[in-house]
Design a protein around this ligand. Structure first.
Ligand code: MHO
Length: 207
């Protein structure tokens, strides 16, 4: 069976409110992959992809200016502490190296003083310092959400799931912000997800 529109709505109604989650933003290359991988993780409630780190106003995918592809996760810190996210991020790129193309640079945005303190402590345990690595460490000034077709990119290729969101009456904005969509996006990319609902094998037929 595939997910029903009722299951979609119920999952999202049960999910933790945005006021209760913390938010972290990272860039580690093309944003489609980490959007799916981090979305699949227990404790990650919402994800979205976008552009940040530059100065160009209202960047778009084809007119990115000096921005970088980034993904943003809203997470429950009691289930997945910021430190665990950092572990995943630093296991997924080489901090001693930086990509020349600004679009795909490795970048960690410390959103709060707390995040910055955890980051500095984390780097120390890895024998690294913020000043001594290729990875950019910055304050997030502004996050521009990417175009709809980049949001939940892997999920968009599974027509049975997309049909269910359409039946549930989800707009593109709602799909981007949907907690169950974050899980299904990870599932569609082949990651394990802890979702109680019985999921059919993703059918990558016509989208
Ligand atoms: N141009 C690459 C990466 C896309 S990513 C959103 C591709 O089409 O696979 O930069």
């Amino acid at each position: 069976m595939t997910l029903t529109e009722t299951q979609i709505r119920e999952y999202d109604d049960r999910a933790m409110d945005s006021e209760a989650t913390a938010t972290a933003t990272f860039g580690i290359g093309c944003f489609w992959g980490p959007d799916a991988r981090f979305g699949a993780m227990d404790g990650v409630v919402r994800t979205r992809v976008g552009y940040a780190g530059g100065t160009k106003i209202d960047p778009t995918y084809h007119s990115l200016g000096d921005h970088t592809e980034v993904f943003q996760v809203e997470f429950d810190p009691d289930t997945i502490p910021y430190r665990d996210l950092l572990n995943q991020v630093f296991d997924s790129h080489n901090p001693q190296h930086q990509t020349r193309k600004t679009q795909y640079q490795n970048i960690v945005f410390a959103a709060t003083e707390d995040q910055r303190a955890v980051l500095d402590e984390f780097l120390t345990t890895r024998g690294l310092t913020a000043d001594g690595i290729g990875t950019r460490i910055e304050q997030l000034s502004r996050f521009y959400p990417a175009e709809d077709y980049h949001q939940k990119y892997k999920l968009r290729s599974v027509s049975s799931f997309m049909d269910a969101f359409e039946a549930a009456g989800y707009s593109d904005d709602e799909l981007r912000e949907s907690p169950i969509a974050a899980k299904l996006n990870g599932y569609a990319a082949g990651h394990d997800v802890a979702v109680a609902e019985d999921l059919s094998t993703p059918d990558h037929g016509t989208a």
